[in-house]
Design a protein around this ligand. Structure first.
Ligand code: C2E
Ligand code: MG
Ligand code: MG
Length: 629
């Protein structure tokens, strides 16, 4: 078996462990050999066997030098070669002299064998073979005359048999060790290969091998003029399973789902062909199913419905019933996409559409989704260009105190001037920035610019109020965020008390420890925190006490509905105000557009207000004029 490719880290480590072991054994063998050679050498000299004695002591000396070199250089191969040569010379001289008093010469062979075996050292095999050949020549040819000792026939036969047996044992041991080693390496290799291509939890192909399979299948479909449907399955509420019951429970849910998925789809194989590699787990709770050779693309909808039916009445794992569902997006080759990455991308977009349409449903990729996707791509491009070419700016919306109509705070709002984003406001582009990951850079840019403005307002306009900065909910899962804010504050030398961070209520994830931790860290910096668009999320009122919030911003839709006919809506402002009073929180009403709304809010004890009736978002110069007036 040959290993032509590069070794993995694990294999390299295994080789290192083995090299260390060989080194230690080589040293131990040398020390043992030197000790015995010295003892026997001295004994020989004492018994007047000067020839053998000096060979033994000379060998001990060479062994000692060899040990020294081994310790310094660590070159086990060379050291083992020298050791084998010493043993060869020694064995031959013992054979010639017959040892002390002609007693057994065989004691040296086990040492040779051990050396050979544990060192897995092929030159030693050659040396041992050479010794076998030389000893046969010395014992059975006229060379016998050069022997000092004389051997009886029984002794010779015993010697030859023992030596052949040892030869065989050594070779067998050597081979089996070699094979065991190869097997371990191979198993390790298989593990690595499996890890690289398959998902460890479910055993399904992973994203990488799925892409390879998809490429292969599309190439075949193109030749054979077939249709392939790709179903992108994403579990809904799966995060809650992890949060409430722990990750192990989440793993069991995923495992069971992956098995049921296969069991459910197998019998439908007449409508299309389904292979083991047709199902894959792309990430966390995202799975894909490939249906090749589709007779009718609409059959993919039936398959999706069968997958959804797995969740009917709850998904039971370990006596627990989990309220999870799936959102499924379907894209068909070649109708919706011609290449693998577009097909995945389009099925993914259809899946998001299913999520936005109330989840627990499936959606085919449509022209409308294609347009949305294209718009998203255009916005993403525009945002990247804006960040690169400095085409972002801020506008400022004054917030007024209900008691004295003074400007007590200013909310910073982002604008983007990239050509691609003409007429598109943050309501549209922020969610795209969030899904593309650009938001982190944008949020930091906004905070930096806003703090810079605040420094100037404090210095030149003697502004004492708060600056309210919107941050994305994404930051509540970004462990680095509090430190980034902290360093920006100290960079601008701003007192944190003058800053309020607005986080939209929908970003709050109840019982998410990281989210809470980050809020507490931000709160710990000394800034206040406002729950923006309050009333639109799902904050259980009892949870409010756990959030380090200082302020509730009533969503402008509720202010707009103050005098509407709909009871449930026109009471929301009052309900939120009572709630805020209960938890001792400040209230800001946003979206005040009429005098009537303003008067109502003032009378009902609202703290601060903002809205087009009072002021539209202003440029910095207009804000300065307002503050100076
Ligand atoms: P928001 O934080 O609730 O901001 C208030 C939005 O309501 C602003 O829209 C503002 O112009 C608008 N508004 C205020 N008063 C009225 C009113 O009387 N009538 C009407 N019709 N609208 C009013 P804008 O600037 O389009 O911002 C929309 C959302 O985008 C913001 O909602 C916020 O969630 C997000 N956003 C804005 N700037 C940033 C930013 O710098 N960073 C982040 N992460 N998000 C931002
Ligand atoms: Mg806001
Ligand atoms: Mg708001």
């Amino acid at each position: 078996m040959t290993f032509t490719k590069e070794l993995t880290a694990g294999q390299q480590e295994m080789l290192m462990v083995r090299a260390r072991r060989r080194n230690i054994l080589c040293q131990a063998l040398s020390i043992l050999g030197i000790f015995f050679l010295c003892v026997f050498g001295s004994l020989c000299l004492f018994n007047d066997s000067y020839f053998l004695g000096s060979i033994l002591l000379l060998s001990a000396f060479v062994g000692l030098v060899n040990l020294y070199i081994l310790k310094r250089s660590g070159d086990v191969e060379r050291s083992a070669r020298v050791l084998s040569c010493i043993l060869f010379v020694l064995s031959i001289s013992l054979l010639i002299t017959g040892g002390v008093n002609n007693t057994g010469i065989l004691w040296i062979y086990p040492i040779v064998a051990v050396n050979l075996f544990i060192n897995r050292f092929w030159p030693a095999v050659i040396v041992f073979g050479a010794f076998s050949a030389s000893s046969i020549l010395l014992l059975f040819t006229p060379l016998r005359d050069y022997l000092i000792a004389s051997y009886s026939l029984t002794e010779t036969i015993r010697f030859i048999i023992s030596m052949l047996a040892l030869n065989a044992i050594c070779l067998v041991a050597l081979r089996s060790e070699e094979q065991a080693y190869r097997t371990i390496i191979q198993l390790h290799d298989d593990d690595i290969r499996h890890m690289a291509y398959y998902d460890m939890l479910t055993g399904l192909p992973n994203r990488w091998s799925f892409k390879t399979n998809l490429e292969r299948m599309l190439a075949r479909a193109e030749k054979e003029k077939q249709r392939i449907a790709l179903l992108y399955v994403d579990l809904d509420n799966f995060k809650q399973v992890n949060d409430q019951h722990g990750h192990e429970c989440g793993d069991r849910v995923l495992l069971k789902f992956s098995r049921q998925l296969w069991e459910e789809l197998r019998p439908t194989g007449q409508l299309f062909s389904l292979q083991k590699e047709s199902i894959a787990r792309l990430a966390g709770d995202e799975f894909v199913v490939l249906l090749s050779d589709m007779k009718d693309p609409l059959d993919a909808g039936n398959v999706a419905a069968r997958i959804l039916s797995l969740f009917d009445g709850g998904f039971n794992v370990d006596d627990l019933s989990h309220m999870i569902y799936a959102s499924i997006g379907i894209a068909v080759y070649p109708d919706d996409a011609k290449n693998p990455s577009d097909l995945i991308h389009h099925a993914d977009a259809a899946m998001y559409d299913a999520k936005h349409n109330g989840r627990n449903c499936y959606r085919f990729f449509t022209q409308e989704i294609a347009e949305k996707l294209q718009q998203k791509q255009v916005i993403e491009k525009g945002l990247r260009a804006a960040l690169r070419d400095d085409q972002l700016s801020l506008v400022y919306m004054p917030i007024f105190d209900c008691k004295d109509n003074r400007v007590v705070a200013v909310e910073v709002l982002l604008r983007c001037h990239a050509a691609e984003l003409k007429g598109i406001g943050p309501d549209h582009f922020i969610p795209i920035a969030e899904t593309t990951g650009l938001i982190k850079e944008i949020d930091l840019w906004v905070i930096d610019k806003a703090l810079q403005t605040l420094v100037n307002l404090q210095k030149n306009q003697n502004f004492k109020g708060k600056l309210c900065i919107n941050i994305s909910g994404v930051e509540l899962h970004n462990e680095r965020f509090p430190n980034q804010v902290k360093s920006l504050l100290s960079h601008h030398n701003i007192c944190a008390e003058n800053i309020e961070l607005e986080v939209t209520e929908t970003a709050f994830v109840a019982e998410d420890p990281l989210c809470l931790e980050i809020l507490k860290e931000l709160d710990g910096l000394g800034m206040s925190i406002a729950l923006d668009d309050f009333g639109t999320g799902y904050t259980a009122f009892s949870q409010l006490i756990h959030y380090p919030a200082d302020c509730l911003k009533i969503d402008r839709s509720f202010v707009g509905d103050l005098f509407s006919e709909r009871e449930a809506r026109n009471k929301m402002v009052m309900i939120i105000q009572n709630l805020a009073k209960l938890y001792d929180l400040r209230v800001i009403a946003e979206g005040v557009e009429t005098e009537e709304q303003l008067n109502y809010l003032k009378d009902s004890g609202c703290d601060w207000v903002q809205g087009y009736y009072l002021s539209r978002p202003l440029s910095l110069s207009d804000l300065i004029k307002l503050l100076e007036a």
